[in-house]
Design a protein. Structure first.
Length: 237
């Protein structure tokens, strides 16, 4: 019996060492992500009577991210994100055309640009032999360039028009959501994500012209988007 117990202990110990050799825990990872950002709330509103309307269409995002493992299940994460949102100027043009029959309005607009530098945590929850569920949260500075918007009737003798100047601002950004991790061998992993990101940004001295009324004020922009992205990561041991 004594020899059996000793043999069993040795066998279990050898299996444990073999498993550790087969599945070493990574120290950190780096990755890239590309996806779609769906604008939300006032950020997506196109009503010129709403001073907080952002006129933002759905956009695209590009991330460079990394994580340092604090434990086998918890990682300190960092993300640089750039988002680009086209500006919905057609709704404004249609409104002016409807209010001024016989007058043809035209317009142009630049894009929203956002730049996030986020730091946070991600937690690993195993839900299968090769699949992990990853709740995550991050916070950090957000830099924003608002689009310039111009709508007018160049061939009409009327003063109905709308303009907003392009300015830059700095604020606080955040992200919260979930991801999934599927291993592609020892080094690579596929990391689809579903997150809500946004922030609160003060954009100084934004000039808005509506008809003959000119208003210059600090624009308290609330950036909001729902993000779907496909990511690939590389693990370092």
């Amino acid at each position: 019996m004594k020899q059996f117990i000793i043999s069993l202990v040795v066998l279990l110990g050898a299996q444990s060492l073999f498993a550790q050799a087969e599945e070493p825990h990574p120290k950190f990872y780096l990755g890239l992500s590309y996806g779609t950002s769906y604008s939300m709330g006032d950020f997506a509103d196109t009503d010129i009577r709403n001073p907080d309307a952002g006129f933002a269409k759905n956009g695209q995002k590009f991330d460079v991210f990394g994580g340092f493992f604090l434990s086998p299940k918890t990682a300190l994460i960092g993300t640089f994100r750039n988002q680009s949102f086209e500006t919905e100027v057609d709704d404004v043009i249609e409104m002016f055309n409807a209010e001024n029959p016989g007058t043809e309005f035209t317009g142009s607009a630049k894009d929203w640009q956002t730049y996030y530098f986020l730091v946070g945590l991600a937690q690993r929850v195993r839900i299968g032999s090769r699949l992990n569920f990853r709740p995550l949260v991050g916070i950090g500075p957000l830099f924003v360039t608002s689009p310039g918007i111009t709508v007018n009737a160049p061939n009409a003798a009327i003063t109905n028009n709308f303009e907003r100047s392009s300015e830059t601002g700095v604020g606080l950004g955040y992200e919260v959501g979930i991801g999934f991790k599927t291993d592609l061998g020892k080094r690579f992993a596929l990391l689809p994500t579903f997150t809500i990101s946004g922030g609160f940004v003060t954009i100084n001295d934004v000039t808005t012209v509506t008809g003959n009324v000119i208003v210059t004020r600090d624009y308290q922009a609330v950036i909001q988007s729902f993000n779907l992205g496909i990511s690939i990561g590389y693990r370092f041991y």
